[in-house]
Design a protein. Structure first.
Length: 400
């Protein structure tokens, strides 16, 4: 039996992972689950999937989880506090670690899984963006197997020649093409987008995801983060990664080779496909997804992104060119701006403005250790909060 730890178990990726695992009880065993604060939901998942350990980031939530489990007669061990989630990532019982915590909060546990030589199913793209070099170094030092779960990067991974290694530019590849659905505002005017609400931004037409990544999809920053992720995971220069809008979300990305061939991976827009691929690679297991009916899909459309309405894309490209420190700043600025927007403290159109303001001060070059990464992250968050103050007056007047 293959032991699986799921970090971010209560989220969209976490629950999709559990759905795939539940279809193969003869192959996989859930050994641990971790989440931030939703004790009710984590208790339900523990009762259903019976891990050995469950960790909650917030101590109050851990106490509530423990109470709920004991009342239900469950003996699942509950942990909390600093290092508890990383301990699950390192635990010898886990052969596979699904890194599905959202945001910078997932960095330490993702690195711990890599350094411990796990099969690392990497959904937490923010850790690649803020600390790409450190993550690759940890994968190498730990002799871990990193499989990208972000659907675009998983698609690219599936199209690469056998023997391609994570972090190294694959032989014969000319360009990577990252597809973007375009998000909920693909056909909106700039004026309509300016006043978009969090509910509208989170109503993605093709994918059901957590709120942070949903807003990133609406600004196209998600594609910008993914561009950085692609340069790290596949050893590509930013100029060799092209974003193409594909509203049907059936082609999940493409690899162009020097001989003029282009390979693509197609599937229904359902994260259970990349998750099942990562679990079973190099084999395959069923994922419970709908199979493609191409006649029903009909036309597949591709177009260039509208850079004027989606300035986040250029901000991310500039960070990718500037190096690791700038990418960490971009990630932090985006997390602060998106959270402020979700809290109704920032207008949608001001998300890129806040990030752009922060990026004026972003340093170039690379970050050599975790202390430097967290220092860059902290400095950028501080700078972003100052920038928020400038934009807040606009929110007040727009709400008046
Ligand atoms: P989500 O918001 O639905 O879930 C996030 C999970 O992380 C929850 O279980 C939450 O409890 C946990 N978490 C958050 N902060 C934490 C903390 N400080 N400590 C411990 N746990 C914490 O998000 P999601 O949509 O599942 O996305 C998860 C990650 O996967 C993100 O990095 C996202 O970019 C990436 N991703 C998601 C999708 C998707 O379709 N949802 C696709 C590609 C990549
Ligand atoms: Mg993606």
């Amino acid at each position: 039996m293959i032991g699986v730890a799921i970090l971010g178990a209560t989220g969209s990726i976490g629950r999709n992972t559990l759905d795939v695992l539940e279809r193969h009880p003869d192959i996989y065993r859930v050994v641990s689950l971790a989440a931030r604060s939703d004790a009710r939901r984590l208790a339900e998942l523990c009762l259903r999937h019976r891990p050995e350990v469950a960790a909650m980031e917030q101590p109050d939530a851990a106490a509530e989880l423990e109470r709920r489990l004991r009342e239900a007669g469950s003996a699942v061990r509950v942990t909390s506090g600093p290092g508890s989630i990383e301990a699950l990532a390192r635990d010898g019982a886990a052969d596979v670690v699904m890194a599905a915590i959202s945001g910078a909060a997932g960095l330490r546990s993702t690195l711990a899984a890599a350094a411990s030589g796990k099969r690392l199913l990497l959904a937490n793209k923010e850790s690649v963006v803020m600390a790409g070099d450190l993550l690759l170094a940890a994968v190498r030092a730990g002799n871990a197997t990193l499989i990208p779960i972000d659907s675009e990067h998983n698609a690219i991974f599936q199209c690469l020649p056998t023997g391609a290694r994570i972090g190294e530019r694959p032989a014969g590849v000319r360009r990577l093409l990252l597809t973007a659905s375009g998000g909920p505002f693909l056909e909106w005017t700039a004026a309509a987008m300016a006043a978009a609400t969090p509910e509208q931004a989170c109503a993605h037409p093709r994918w059901s995801m957590g709120r942070k990544i949903s807003v990133d999809s609406a600004t196209l920053m998600n594609k910008g983060l993914e561009l950085i992720e692609a340069t790290v995971l596949f050893g590509m220069e930013p100029r060799d990664v092209t974003v193409v809008v594909h509203p049907q979300s059936v082609v999940h990305s493409l690899v162009e080779f020097v001989d003029g061939s282009t390979l693509a991976q197609l599937s229904a827009p359902d994260m259970r496909t990349p998750i099942a691929h990562g679990l079973a690679w190099p084999g395959r297991v069923s994922a419970g997804v709908e199979f493609l009916d191409l006649a029903k899909v009909g036309a597949l459309e591709f177009r260039a992104p509208d850079r004027a309405r989606f300035p986040c894309l250029a901000l991310a490209e500039a960070a990718a060119r500037a190096g690791g420190a700038a990418c960490a700043w971009l990630n932090a600025a985006d997390e602060v701006a998106v959270q402020a927007f979700l809290d109704k403290q920032l207008n949608f159109e001001d998300i890129p403005r806040v990030i752009e303001g922060v990026m004026h001060d972003a340093p170039g070059g690379s970050l050599s250790d975790l202390d430097e990464v967290f220092a860059a992250d902290g400095a950028a968050r501080l700078r972003a909060r100052a920038e928020l103050g400038v934009c807040r007056d606009r929110v007040r007047s727009s709400l008046a």
